[in-house]
Design a binder for this molecule. Structure first.
Ligand code: ATP
Length: 144
């Protein structure tokens, strides 16, 4: 068994039709979720927040500003018969700028999804829980 630690973002923006959230579809497992990546994998000593901002930009083309940290979530998966326990630190981020057509190969789709359609689009239970917590932060921020 081994442990992995990743960081990522729930990025939102206000549009004419309301609040939209940035979702992406993974090129390998094809699940829809939030952008994230391993901490300390690419840059030694990089912190959770820096990893989250960098991974969001690499995987979606969007630059986000952190508004709040969410409670870390965990899930298990198997890689070559080895069990992996993964902990992910997600941050709620306000979209600042960037072109979502400029995402890397890790994602086969990157889209802005209306907040009311996010839950049905997300593939994994833990991401649905993350979105529940993120949405209350987003709505408070958007109404302030
Ligand atoms: P990272 O994005 O952290 O760099 P990765 O892209 O290599 O990691 P994951 O997205 O964690 O990998 O996917 C690894 C495995 O875990 C895949 O088999 C995937 O289907 C599964 N998986 C991904 N997210 C979840 C989740 N939230 N809950 C359960 N299983 C998941």
């Amino acid at each position: 068994m081994r442990f992995e630690f990743s960081a990522g973002g729930v990025v939102f923006r206000k549009s004419d039709s309301g609040i939209e959230v940035l979702l992406c579809q993974h090129s390998y497992h094809h699940g829809w979720g939030f952008p994230k990546g391993l901490i300390g994998d690419k840059i030694e000593g990089e912190g959770k927040e820096e990893t989250a901002i960098r991974e969001v930009e690499e995987e979606t083309g969007a630059i986000g500003k952190i508004i709040a940290a969410l409670e870390p979530v965990t899930y298990w998966y198997k890689f070559n018969e080895e069990k992996v326990k993964k902990t992910v630190y997600f941050y709620v981020m306000e979209y600042i700028e960037g072109d979502i057509t400029k995402h890397d190969f890790e994602m086969e789709n990157v889209s802005w999804i209306e907040k009311d359609k996010v839950l049905e689009k997300l593939t994994y239970k833990s991401d649905k829980e993350v979105f529940g917590s993120a949405l209350s932060v987003i709505m408070k921020f958007a109404n302030s």
